[in-house]
Ligand binder design. Structure first.
Ligand code: PHE
Length: 450
């Protein structure tokens, strides 16, 4: 237990770990696609407004709740409002959400590991252009390979968590985040120097307000929240590890800037290449496993190995630091009851692998692919619950708690480090953003979603 209490050693380490959580599969396979689909520059401007005004407000509120109390979500809510204990269930919803996201993340991360291996070993280079969709479908539906991959990925995640907060999460993030930046820059340079790259840039950035539909607005808001890993308590747990002397506002700003920068760079790395080789833009697994391998193969054998390998390594690294934060959140919560961090981590990894295996088998064409509830497989349900419903509900309850239940003086005290930091922006943040704008935006999104 004691080790989970020794938090991050420096503000740089804390920012790298939290940025590692924020930068995930969503930045790479969802953000660029959403931008292109809903009007390029128009969508981008809206994303920036959402991520800095609403996403960052939620991020900051979670960091404050975590650092103020030094607890994991359930106990943190309770510590701030001991009289109305029901609020702690918001924390519980968050932890359940983390567990479910972790399970589905393990499946997809496993796929990226496999594709990394198939890139560098030259397997993908020998697949014909028209066969990639079938290649992926056969892999995802096979009973053994995806399971082995997800278990390997889970084991990697567990090893980092067993290393502890400082020697595991912080150290690994400080190495992997710069690696991720180098990989994405390498891919950007390759993509931008291809003939015809400008079409991809136009798709991403040229503003077209006619494509910005209401559906697009909601998708962009959802992406802004998911991308910052808010709405499930991860940032409450990481907040509890942030040194008391850190300026939380600055940390939140850095995390948001890093997350947004990588999302933009991912777009620049992907779409110019997609267009240069005459492929059509896509998002999600379709983009990553069906479209991009064709693009890498068009770069020749060496290109396919180097750039395909770099890309799938980028995905795996981004996924790993996100999975670490998810496993850490659930582990720290479990450790408050089990009093043994390592036991908690191992137990949760095993449970999450069980759900992940079921989800993997429930994917299209898998052994359990035919088992449906309400027309959707377990994989689709997990995707829907963790994508569309649980995080916005949890985020809404969290921000209502933060803006209306926690005392204003407590928030001011925490954000100003006991009155030692200037807080000129505080009233705007607290009264306008946290009390009104963020909750209203979330309510609108939830109602429209239903
Ligand atoms: N922010 C991650 C992404 O963009 C997803 C994530 C959500 C990771 C919640 C951890 C916790 O992919």
């Amino acid at each position: 237990m004691a080790e989970s209490k020794n938090g991050f050693s420096s503000s740089f380490g804390a920012i790298m770990a939290a940025a590692g959580s924020a930068i995930g599969l969503g930045n790479i396979w969802r953000f660029p696609y959403i931008c292109g689909k809903y009007g390029g520059g128009a969508a981008l401007v809206l994303y920036l407004v959402f991520v800095f005004l609403i996403g960052m407000t939620l991020l900051l509120s979670e960091l404050v709740i975590g650092r103020r109390t030094g607890h994991t979500p359930m106990k943190a809510f309770e510590a701030l409002q001991p009289k109305r204990r029901a609020w702690r269930y918001v924390g519980l919803i968050g932890i359940i959400t983390c567990f479910l996201i972790l399970s589905i993340y393990l499946v997809i991360s496993g796929w990226t590991l496999n594709y990394f291996w198939e890139s560098v070993s030259g397997t993908l280079a020998s697949v014909a252009d028209g066969d990639f969709a079938a290649h992926f479908a056969a892999f995802a539906a096979s009973p053994v390979a995806p399971i082995v991959c997800l278990v390997v990925f889970a084991a990697l995640t567990l090893v980092v968590i067993l290393g502890g907060v400082q020697n595991g999460i912080e150290k690994v993030s400080k190495v992997l985040m710069p690696v991720l930046l180098v990989l994405v820059l390498l891919l950007c340079v390759r993509s931008l120097t291809l003939p015809g790259a400008s079409k991809g840039l136009a798709y991403l950035f040229h503003p077209d307000f006619s494509k910005l539909s209401w559906e697009g607005v909601l998708a962009i808001l959802g992406q802004a929240l998911f991308s910052l890993s808010v709405g499930m308590g991860v940032m409450i747990v990481y907040g509890s590890y942030i040194p008391k002397s850190d300026n939380l506002f600055k940390s939140a700003m850095w995390i948001t800037v890093c997350d947004t920068a990588i999302a933009l760079l991912a777009g620049v790395a992907i779409f110019p290449a997609v267009f240069a080789f005459g492929q059509s833009p896509d998002g999600g697994p379709g983009l990553v496993f069906n479209v991009l391998p064709v693009v890498f193969n068009s770069m020749g054998n060496v290109g396919s190995i180097v750039f395909g390998g770099a890309f799938f390594l980028l995905l795996a690294v981004a996924a790993l630091t996100s999975a670490i934060s998810l496993l850490e959140a659930v582990t720290a919560w479990g450790a408050e009851y089990l009093h043994k961090r390592n036991v908690s981590a191992a137990l949760i990894t095993v449970l999450s692998c069980v759900v992940a295996v079921l989800a993997a088998y429930a994917y299209e064409g898998g052994v359990l692919g035919g088992v449906k509830l309400g027309g959707m497989s377990l994989f689709d349900w997990l995707n829907k619950l963790t994508g569309d419903y649980l995080p916005p509900i949890c985020a809404l309850l969290t921000i209502l708690f933060f803006g209306w239940v926690v005392k204003k003086d407590v928030v001011r005290d925490e954000l100003s480090n006991g009155g030692t930091l200037p807080t000129r922006w505080f009233e705007f943040f607290y009264l306008v953003l946290a009390r009104w704008l963020a909750p209203i935006a979330l309510i609108v999104a939830l109602v429209a979603g239903i």
